[in-house]
Design a binder for this molecule. Structure first.
Ligand code: ADP
Ligand code: MG
Length: 718
């Protein structure tokens, strides 16, 4: 039966309502139930061991290895109380997802007796067989040793399954030479680099000795849900996470009725279930809503320290994916699962904060904070302007290419939206006007050289890839399926670099006797004037902007992943990551290599899946229909007309398919970037020809013969 059973897809969820915690249980028992917090450890460790661990976890001090045994014992005891029988170093290899290899606590102690054990040594380090993770040449297979090592700055947690539970220990992953084979190591290094650069600047503004700075991050995750029945009948969804075929349905998102609409019962049940699990993991999920496209939704937690936010982001994706299945749904994280409607992003809200909780990008309400705010905001402008290439490269993937640059998501051109009020302030500073007006909503800075600051920098612009939103920047180009670790690493790195340079210049002015407020005003003016071209408050989707950005402003427009990834290895970027000790040249080159490789493999899989579906599902459907039409008695004008039309498009499909087969077989060379370029320049265009013919056929032939669930079904049945 080719006419997919909409009823079964729509009704396939029989989940018994689970008793939900009361509000007080939610905060007192559910939240962080499965997290080994410092608070938990306090009651389980000696005072000195606790103090030592706290210094590492909260202030980044070097771990004292002598406490490892007692911490391991406390962890094991806690985990066993929670029902865990296994533990794993949980890490983030360069695939972009997470990896875990479970070991049992159980150890035979002879004569059929076993004990549960977990030593400090096992806590601190493990050696998974590392040979199958991408290393980008950092490790030859004959020296495949890779080590995972405990990250004490992110708490251990329990992951449950139907028959038990596992203790997960957030870890880094490195080669035996100490080179980072993962995404967490450079992230941790970048957090340190940011602190090193920003705390001296803060001292100039009067911060107390020992103030630490870290970056904060809140990521908004967009995703699609489709009924499981449909998913498994779409080889493209299963193989590549996106539809490679599908005619535009009569209705897409044009009615604008989905965004923030009432959440369907089935979806809301799923969301609530996922949220309960996320709460148990201590993840502060806050917001849920329908997104713009039919079948598209969003979940957003409250921001956290960026290392923990990155770990939590991985868990959010994992929990959404696994929970959807309980409701007969599949959660699609792909940036562009359906052509013609909005894709999914993962807006990364980024700021810097002190350990006392002061947000450095908050305009604040006292003069010195405002001066500080202008200083750091101009540092961000400088960073983004000088490193547009890196911001584009860190979100580059075959899947995100369908979103960036298409007319519905932030363009591939990096620019900053400041909002009219903040733009105005910088403009006035640049032109040497000290603002002293008393306009409503503005607060004075208490200095004649500084302008007023808006109380709320309120306006919004959804077309900007990098927007100031009141007290943080929102990096919108990040893709929905990707790990946020590398984008945060880049943000931390470029701002650390920029703040470092500006601080040195500010210090020189102060040493020369210029008072702080005058010196800051001068710095902000100079920085803004030098980097003004990066600020754009208009419509980022418009063709005029593309023209202006490239021709008049000289901004980069790196349309595809391959254009962007090429920049990763530039002398500028090697120097940046090297000086900040975030990635050495080899580590950076490895990441570039892996990005080419993943790009190649992704498109290669899509090319072959397109060929398979066209050859074995779609063309046969067209030929079957032509055969069926032959049975219509001679003389039917309808049958003759349809037959002619179908036959012509089927020929078109056949020709396009031959061309695709050739390109799929060719590969374009031996080097990975040759293969990647072949994919972009030959396979993707050939796929698109095949799709175009196939989508025409979908609109022509008997729906009962059509072998694939349609957009109409996948997007609207829920
Ligand atoms: P919108 O969709 O309007 O952009 P959301 O409420 O969906 O806003 O998400 C905003 C995100 O920004 C949340 O994750 C929030 O916690 C985060 N955020 C707020 N303040 C900061 C900050 N200082 N640093 C980082 N993220 C922040
Ligand atoms: Mg949002």
């Amino acid at each position: 039966n080719q006419d997919f059973d909409v009823n079964s897809a729509a009704r396939n969820w029989r989940v018994e309502a689970t008793p939900q915690p009361t509000p007080s249980q939610l905060v007192n028992e559910q939240f962080a139930r499965d997290v080994l917090t410092l608070d938990q450890l306090k009651t389980r460790l000696s005072k000195s061991a606790y103090k030592s661990l706290q210094a590492t976890a909260e202030r980044g001090e070097t771990l004292d290895p002598s406490i490892a045994d007692t911490v391991a014992l406390a962890m094991k005891t806690w985990a066993m109380e929670k029902g865990a029988t296994h533990y794993t170093h949980w890490f983030q290899p360069l695939t972009g997802s997470t990896a875990e290899k479970h070991d049992s606590f159980l150890n035979p102690s002879g004569d059929g007796v076993a004990i549960m054990s977990f030593s400090g040594k096992e806590l601190i380090q493990a050696e998974p067989d590392a040979s199958s993770f991408p290393s980008g040449g950092l490790r030859a297979t004959f020296e495949a040793r890779g080590y995972t090592a405990w990250d004490p700055s992110s708490p251990a947690f329990i992951v449950r399954h139907a028959n038990g539970a596992t203790l997960c220990i957030p870890s880094v992953f490195a080669s035996w030479k100490g080179e980072a084979l993962d995404l967490k190591t450079p992230l941790l290094r970048s957090i340190e680099a940011l602190n090193k650069a920003v705390s001296p600047a803060l001292k100039l503004f009067g911060a107390s000795e020992g103030t630490r700075v870290t970056s904060s991050l809140g990521a908004e995750q967009e995703y699609f849900l489709v009924a499981e029945e449909y998913y498994y009948r779409r080889p493209d969804l299963v193989m590549s996470g996106r539809t490679l075929f599908g005619a535009k349905p009569p209705r897409g998102q044009e009615l604008e009725d989905h965004y923030f609409g009432a959440i369907p019962d089935r979806v809301l049940s799923f969301m609530t279930d996922a949220e309960m699990q996320l709460y148990a993991l201590g993840i502060p999920v806050k917001t849920r809503h329908n997104e713009v496209a039919p079948g598209q939704f969003e979940i957003a937690p409250i921001f956290e320290n960026s290392n923990i936010a990155a770990d939590h982001q991985q868990l959010i994706m994992q929990v959404l994916r696994s929970t959807a299945r309980k409701y007969g749904l599949v959660c699609l994280m792909h940036e562009k699962p359906f052509a013609g409607i909005n894709g999914s992003g993962k807006h990364c809200n980024w700021s810097m904060a002190t350990d006392a909780g002061e947000n450095l990008l908050d305009p604040g309400d006292t003069p010195h904070e405002n001066m500080q705010f202008l200083f750091f905001t101009s540092a961000v402008l400088k960073a983004v302007d000088e490193h547009q290439d890196l911001l584009r490269a860190c979100v580059a993937s075959a899947s995100n290419d369908h979103r960036l640059g298409a007319n519905e998501a932030p363009p591939a051109i990096i620019s900053i939206f400041l909002g009219s009020e903040l733009s105005d302030i910088f403009e006035r500073l640049a032109s040497g006007q000290g603002g002293r007006g008393k306009a409503a909503g503005l607060m004075g800075l208490g200095s004649r050289v500084l302008p007023e600051i808006p109380v709320h920098a309120g306006d919004r612009n959804r077309t900007s890839p990098f927007a100031f939103t009141g007290n943080k920047f929102e990096f919108r180009a990040v893709g929905s399926s990707q790990s946020i670790s590398f984008p945060i690493t880049v943000l931390n790195a470029i701002v650390a670099d920029s703040v470092g340079q500006l601080t040195a210049r500010l210090q020189a002015k102060l040493d020369g006797g210029t008072p702080l407020d005058t010196a800051v005003a001068e710095m902000v003016r100079e920085t803004y004037t030098a980097h003004q071209r990066i600020v754009f408050d208009g419509d980022g989707y418009s063709s005029e902007w593309h023209e202006e950005a490239e021709k008049q402003r000289g901004l980069l427009n790196l349309r595809t992943t391959l254009d962007a990834v090429e920049h990763l290895g530039s002398a500028k970027n090697i120097a940046l990551f090297g000086q900040l000790e975030i990635l050495n040249e080899r580590e950076l080159a490895a990441r570039q290599e892996i990005m080419y490789d993943i790009y190649f493999k992704t498109v290669n899989i899509e090319g072959e899946t397109t060929e398979y579906m066209a050859q074995r599902q779609i063309l046969p459907a067209a030929l079957n229909y032509l055969a069926a039409l032959k049975a219509v008695p001679e003389g039917s004008r309808a049958a003759a007309g349809v037959s002619q039309e179908v036959s012509a498009v089927a020929d078109q499909l056949y020709d396009a398919l031959q061309a695709l087969r050739e390109q799929n077989a060719a590969l374009g060379g031996d080097e990975v970037h040759e293969k990647a370029h072949h994919m972009r320049d030959h396979v993707l265009p050939a796929m698109s020809e095949v799709r175009s013919a196939a989508d025409k056929l979908e609109n022509l032939i008997d729906s009962r013969l059509w072998p694939l669930p349609t957009y109409r079904q996948m997007l609207f049945v829920k």
